[in-house]
Design a protein around this ligand. Structure first.
Ligand code: FES
Length: 79
């Protein structure tokens, strides 16, 4: 299973990445303030930061304290 979205805001990283590029957002705070992604439970914030840094929108589940790693789509992933 891969991490592809902010569950609280119901927004995919693909969606949010495109919005960030269009709007010129460079921080998780900007994304959170504008879309609500990252403003709920905050567990997606490391993934949002990795998305901004790498442009990737799919990540392996990261252990606490370790940075998210981009990953490929698995056959069982929904999208
Ligand atoms: S999963 Fe993004 S704020 Fe909860």
């Amino acid at each position: 299973m891969s991490v592809t979205r902010c569950v609280c805001a119901r927004r995919t990283f693909a969606d949010l990445g495109e919005a960030a590029r269009t709007a010129g957002w460079t921080t998780v705070e900007q994304i959170a303030a504008t879309t609500g992604a990252g403003a709920g439970c905050r567990s997606c914030r490391p993934y949002l930061a990795a998305m901004l840094a790498t442009g990737c929108t799919r990540f392996a589940v990261a252990d606490p304290g370790t940075p998210p790693r981009p990953c490929a789509r698995e056959p069982w992933d929904a999208e």
